[in-house]
Design a protein around this ligand. Structure first.
Ligand code: DMJ
Length: 628
């Protein structure tokens, strides 16, 4: 017999699982019967009891729920230790400080309109106030900088960021503490290099490894004089030992003439001058002589690449051209090598290049094209003019050779002054809406409002020229361009400049600076802090130190790797996803940190600009005594 069908019995058939007797439902049914059997008084007492319990547990429950909906996981101590009935009322919530009020910004240095541009911009980028997980950058699973993770810390960091971008950050600090901050940054960078890349070219801080370019300990050599200037004696001695015992140039390796001249030859010569240690001079002579085969070309315009072991040289595989900036920015170093060795071959070789470039057709008001052919010695790809990549340091070395040689070589000076006039006439424009002065590019008569970060060497060079007696309007222009270069940092959400910017020129633009997707990277480059150093040295205007301080803070915030070193990043526009590149360029130690240190020093005799001239990799070389 089948049991009689029951109204209160529910059975659910689950596919493939047979019949499930719903016991919970049954239990509920049986409770209901028991409830019905209770007297009215009993039911009322039970209901009252349940009501009281509900009231008492309400705050704990709602707080718990609020935590969950905020996306926070309650911590172990929360769930275990929090009393069900709180003894005291929760603290009143203090309203967050207004991070970017107009009032706060109005008395900051620099144009107030520009300093207030870190709010959400119209191009879909993330504003600073929306930062999440500050300082935690994950790349291929690596934690870059995970010091703080509470909501409180995030709020504080977000506020710090605004301050770093908007306030005169260094003003209330002593010179000693500013200098110490740079030393700390250096030590951190050096520790990463020491731990994971010792004796190799560049640190890869995230993968805790290294990359080779020439296989010559590039970072170590580039950093030698920085350590000396910063007074990091222990680090310096360790590095010196490596140079003395491990560094050999007798290697079957192709090196780039320009890069190895400015970084290795320049670094060794400079360290020799600062220390008086002839070991460095011997090494400089060795690399210098090994680079000379580069000049064995039909035109005497050097090839880009030299095999320093075999003594052979060649242009890049795809062309017989060299880059104009490269062949005209090795002169300071080779000239100095000749002076020290009393061997004119080095100076003669590089002077020949300058002589030829001086007379070449294809210039525009002193501006040079970007390529030169090593067979016929003529400019190629003519009609394109920039102060950025491939031409930049040509202009820098015109002025600096003139200074190095005691201001006697008039042709260098004339070429420099003419070129600056050429810049003013052809490349200088103002942006809209805020009228930032910038240096654009010219392609076959067509102006492009594109400016590389590399161009930011120019304010410093102009200021240096004015210091050495060139027209005062060079200094005016230096100041204007300095402001622009700083805005390239401060208008970005990370407070770090991209590699390339485009300025808006049409009326009614809502912002001055645009950045293309492919140009959003920052390689820890030095040019802006380099110029800040010159501007501060010559004007003593503390705003330049403040700007440098802010930049250092942002390097620390977005590029510092907790296990040691700093990394280039791919995206300066997204503080939440900077996309680290896993590479610390040697010039971060050779130049960026050195210039920051010199910027914060109030001692004008620390690498006096009347005694030294910096090569394009920030290695100071002596200005020749007038008898030389
Ligand atoms: C350095 O190697 C030198 O400063 C060079 O003149 C330009 N590029 C890098 C730094 O950006």
């Amino acid at each position: 017999m089948h049991p009689p069908s029951r109204q209160d019995y529910i059975s659910i058939s689950l596919a493939g699982q047979g019949t499930y007797n719903n016991g919970k439902q049954w239990r509920r049914q049986s409770c209901w019967r028991k409830w019905k059997r209770l007297s009215r008084l009993q039911r009322s007492l039970i209901l009252l009891f349940l009501f009281m319990c509900g009231i008492a547990s309400y705050p704990a429950v709602t707080e718990h729920l609020r935590g969950l909906t905020d996306g926070e996981r309650s911590t172990e101590s929360d769930s275990v230790l929090r009393p069900v009935f709180p003894q005291v009322l929760p603290e009143p919530v203090t309203p967050r400080p207004e991070p970017s009020s107009q009032k706060k910004l109005s008395n900051k240095r620099g144009p107030p309109i520009l300093q207030n541009r870190l709010q959400k911009k119209g191009n879909g980028t993330v504003a600073v106030g929306e930062q999440k997980e500050e300082g935690v950058v994950s790349w291929r699973g690596a934690v870059v900088h995970a010091d703080r993770d509470t909501e409180e810390a995030k709020e504080e960091e977000s506020k710090d960021h605004l301050l770093a971008n908007h306030q005169s950050g260094s003003s209330n600090q002593s010179e000693a503490s500013l200098l110490e901050a740079v030393k700390d940054a250096f030590r951190h960078a050096w520790q990463g290099y020491k731990d994971f890349a010792w004796g190799h070219d560049e640190l890869r801080p995230l993968s805790k490894s290294y990359s080779e370019w020439f296989g010559l300990g590039l970072t170590l050599i580039d950093a030698l004089d920085t350590m000396w200037i910063l007074g990091l004696k222990e680090e310096f001695e360790e590095a010196r030992t490596w140079v003395a015992t491990e560094l050999t140039f007798n290697k079957n390796v192709d090196v780039n003439l320009f890069e190895s001249t400015i970084r290795i030859l320049g670094g060794l010569l400079s360290t020799y001058h600062l220390t008086g240690d002839t070991m460095f001079l011997d090494k400089a002579k060795d690399i210098g002589s090994r680079l000379m085969p580069a000049f064995n070309t039909p035109s005497k315009i050097p090839y880009s690449d030299v095999n320093i072991g075999k003594g052979t040289a060649h242009p890049p595989r795809w062309t017989s051209d060299s880059t104009v900036a490269e062949v005209t920015s090795i002169q300071l170093e080779f000239r100095e090598l000749s002076r020290l060795t009393q061997d004119p071959q080095y100076q003669d070789a590089v002077a020949e290049v300058m002589k030829q470039v001086h007379t070449l057709d294809g210039k525009l008001d002193g501006l040079v094209p970007m390529f030169i052919n090593t067979n016929n010695g003529q400019f190629t790809h003519q009609g394109i003019f920039t102060l950025g990549a491939r031409a930049d340091s040509y202009y820098e070395y015109l002025l600096k050779q003139w200074i190095q040689g005691g201001k006697k070589e008039d042709q260098l000076l004339q070429d420099y002054v003419q070129a600056i006039e050429g810049v003013k006439k052809n490349l200088l424009q103002k942006s809209s809406p805020n009228g930032l002065t910038f240096v654009g590019e010219l392609s076959h008569g067509q102006f492009s409002p594109k400016m590389d970060h590399l161009v930011c060497f120019l304010p410093g060079t102009l200021a240096l020229g004015a210091h050495h007696g060139l027209p005062a309007d060079h200094m005016d222009l230096a100041k204007q361009l300095m402001e622009t270069c700083y805005q390239m940092y401060t208008q970005m959400e990370t407070g770090l400049s991209p590699e390339i910017v485009h300025f808006n020129m049409h009326e009614g633009s809502i912002r001055d600076i645009d950045v293309k997707l492919a140009d959003r990277h920052n390689l820890l480059r030095p040019e802006t802090v380099e110029s800040l150093f010159y501007l501060y040295r010559f004007t003593k205007d503390h705003k330049y130190q403040d700007w440098g301080w802010n930049i250092l803070q942002n390097f620390n915030k977005y590029t510092k790797v907790s296990s040691g070193g700093y990394t280039s990043i791919n995206n300066v526009r997204d503080p939440d996803y900077t996309s680290p590149r896993d590479k610390m360029e040697s010039f971060f130690l050779g130049e960026t940190l050195k210039y920051l240190y010199l910027l914060f020093s109030d001692d004008p005799s620390l690498i006096s600009l009347d005694e030294y001239v910096f090569n394009t990799e920030a290695h100071p070389l002596p200005i020749w005594p007038s008898t030389a």
